[in-house]
Design a protein. Structure first.
Length: 206
């Protein structure tokens, strides 16, 4: 899991771009050249039509990548693409975001997968890779998540990881349709990681 150079390099060394591989997937630093592959992945299920996700519509994919890489240049986000290793295809994206170097805190989000890969091992595999890197390599004492209060599937998936609900922030963001979003905040502490890691490994083993 050596750092990978490239135009997506984060400004701060705390969370440098890295390729993470295991359990049939590889997380690779996002690059502009992946635009067509990400557009194809999002089209699997027309994910941009979901009210509470940030998946780009086809014509918005280039701008989506540009924004992610601009955030990376500021050191606030490290975006990945998700590659399924059996097929070799890109099937989605995820990120470390809201990176805070001083307390060594990151959040995991901007996560989406092609429709045909939802409800499979992929999300569990990606979260295991990201959490292992955050707790065991970066030394984060806490990892966070946030999701739309309407996104019950996302809340269930986060809770399944072993994360704890910290609370709800009302009126925290604006959805793509202009409506005001309440955001549910979750976190996992380093002291909870060993148990969560065993849980995730058990899910994958089944």
């Amino acid at each position: 899991m050596a750092p990978s150079p490239g135009p997506s390099a984060c400004a701060l060394p705390f969370v440098a771009p890295v390729a993470l591989e295991g359990h049939g997937v590889r997380l690779e630093p996002m690059l502009p050249s992946q635009e067509e592959d990400l557009r194809r992945a999002a089209a699997d299920g027309r994910l941009w039509e979901l009210r509470y996700t940030s998946v780009p519509a086809p014509a918005e994919t280039g701008a989506y990548i540009e924004k992610a890489l601009a955030d990376a240049a500021l050191g606030t986000r490290c975006p990945f693409v998700v590659r399924e290793l059996t097929s070799g295809r890109l099937i989605g994206s995820t990120s470390y975001h809201d990176i805070l170097p001083a307390p060594k805190r990151v959040e995991i989000g901007y996560t989406w997968y092609a429709g045909s890969w939802q409800r499979t091992h992929v999300n569990t595999a990606c979260k295991l890779l990201l959490l292992t890197h955050a707790f065991e390599v970066l030394g984060c004492p806490v990892v966070g998540w946030r999701t739309d209060i309407l996104n019950l599937r996302s809340q269930a998936a986060i809770e399944r990881l072993g994360a704890r609900k910290d609370g709800i922030i009302r009126g925290f963001a604006v959805r793509r349709d202009g409506s005001l979003r309440d955001t549910v905040m979750y976190s996992m502490a380093a002291r909870e990681w060993t148990e969560a890691k065993t849980r995730l490994a058990g899910f994958l083993a089944r």
